[in-house]
Unconditional design. Structure first.
Length: 216
């Protein structure tokens, strides 16, 4: 497992791995397309719910060490996005930077299965809610579970008493909730915000609007 990873503006994935890892040893003498590799990423819901895996992604490509002047630039990019500065300051023999030149991407998640263009990965920006999602979902579940349950009232024919609601996913565009215990069985529902949110203040306003509509 890498200690950290990030994506360059060109769409390459930079990995910080132990110098003793199998990946580091295998990539030590790799050139260009010598060594193929696949990264599998599993997204697990941070709240207690059945079927907690929200999705998986696979990035396939060619693995090489980050060498020369590129190492300083990649280390700076990684340190900017992850608290790994002290690791990067250690001997490069203890920690190695590897580059995965991505050739193919596939995703299977709550929205379905599809292939993703490498150019889209390079152009993508992190969702502003990503860094706070786990904490926010856990808070909504523990402190506002009854209000989340009221969202079932926005679903029309699916509305039913005795339904348990668990907030499953959150991003700048909306909230996904898993409902269980009603006549319809277990199902997920997506509640879009009136507009994309850029920060926590915007999220509070969006959630207030959503919950107010559910309570009418």
């Amino acid at each position: 497992m890498p200690a950290a990873r990030t994506v360059t503006p060109d769409g390459d994935v930079i990995l910080l791995v132990s110098g003793e890892s199998a990946a580091a040893r295998a990539a030590a003498h790799a050139q260009d397309d010598d060594l193929t590799a696949v990264i599998e990423i599993t997204d697990v819901a941070p709240v207690s719910v059945h079927h907690r895996i929200r999705g998986r992604a696979w990035l396939a490509g060619w693995l090489t060490p980050v060498r020369g002047d590129d190492r300083a630039a990649c280390a700076a990019l990684l340190a900017e996005r992850h608290p790994v500065g002290e690791l990067l300051g250690l001997s490069e023999y203890r920690w190695r930077l590897l580059r995965l030149e991505v050739g193919e991407i596939s995703v299977d998640d709550l929205w379905g299965a599809e292939h993703v263009d490498v150019e889209d990965l390079a152009a993508a920006e992190p969702d502003p809610m990503a860094a706070h999602e786990a904490e926010l979902l856990q808070h909504l579940h523990s402190a506002h579970g009854d209000r989340i349950g009221e969202l079932c009232g926005l679903l029309g024919s699916r509305e039913a008493g005795g339904v348990t609601a668990v907030p499953l996913a959150l991003d700048r565009l909306g909230l996904r909730v898993r409902f269980t215990g009603g006549p319809a069985g277990s199902f997920d529902a997506r509640f879009d915000f009136p507009e994309p949110v850029a920060d926590i203040c915007g999220l509070r306003r969006a959630m207030h609007t959503l919950l107010t509509a559910a309570g009418r």
